[in-house]
Design a binder for this molecule. Structure first.
Ligand SMILES: [Zn+2]
Length: 238
């Protein structure tokens, strides 16, 4: 296991990993380990990067990539190899050896697992998806009441300056002053964590990693414009 890729046990039979931008085939501005086909990178580099991740993490199958649209649709993964890439911002399964995958470059990847390992879920949580209710939608699909959640690298309050249009959307408790009087910074991860708690998830691991602060390691769309995507992956083993 290369130390560049983090992988860890979520429950006894549940494994998670978060990729980064280090050591892959893509060139600037996608350098190096871009996993997104949709961002303008050479398709061959993305294919090789995905293959590298699959090999390095010893993934049981090709991940179930989603066509993420900043919505609240969460789909169940029921079988291998349909060949379709569904339009959704979250997926879940009770099956073994099916790899859930979320691509990000500032939006929060959120992984959720039943503590007993019976079911797993991966969510793409930018402000639009969170506002659209993706966490509530997702939690309503899970049968277990004993859940563990992980909030991955994303743009954090230190760098998430937003305009006036969002002040009405989120409660004032999630804002702090920005660089000037015209702007406030939004605590998206804090909002996501509160939604998880309201949904009954009390066991929350927050990486507290900011993709802008840690841009050498992770892609940031806000900072870089066109850039790559890293991924959070979650799967159950036998
Ligand atoms: Zn930051």
């Amino acid at each position: 296991m290369p130390e560049q890729l983090q992988s860890w046990e979520f429950a006894e039979n549940v494994f998670a990993a978060c990729t980064n931008r280090i050591q892959g085939y893509s060139k600037s501005p996608y350098a190096e380990l871009n996993l997104g086909y949709h961002v303008g990178d050479e398709a061959e580099w993305v294919r090789l990067n995905r293959l590298q991740v699959k090999t390095q993490l010893a993934l049981p199958t090709e991940p179930h990539w989603l066509n993420q649209v900043h919505g609240s649709q969460v789909i169940e993964i029921t079988k291998v190899g349909t060949g379709m890439i569904p339009e959704a911002d979250g997926s879940y399964t009770t099956m073994v050896n099916e790899v859930l995958a979320i691509q990000v470059a500032d939006c929060l990847p959120i992984l959720i697992s039943a503590v007993n390992g019976s079911e797993i879920m991966a969510l793409h949580a930018g402000w639009r998806s969170l506002q659209a209710g993706i966490i509530q939608q997702g939690l309503s699909r899970l049968g277990s009441n004993d859940l563990r959640a992980w909030i991955g690298p994303g743009i954090r309050q230190c760098h998430f300056e937003v305009g006036l249009e969002l002040y009405k959307v989120f409660d004032e408790t999630y804002f702090c002053p920005g660089d000037d009087a015209q702007h406030l910074n939004l605590d998206l991860a804090g909002y996501a964590a509160d939604l998880l708690r309201k949904g009954g998830v009390t066991d929350i691991i927050d990486t507290q990693i900011c993709t802008v602060c840690c841009n050498d390691t992770y892609f940031s769309h806000r900072l870089e414009g066109p850039t790559g995507r890293f991924a959070a992956l979650l799967w159950k083993a036998n």
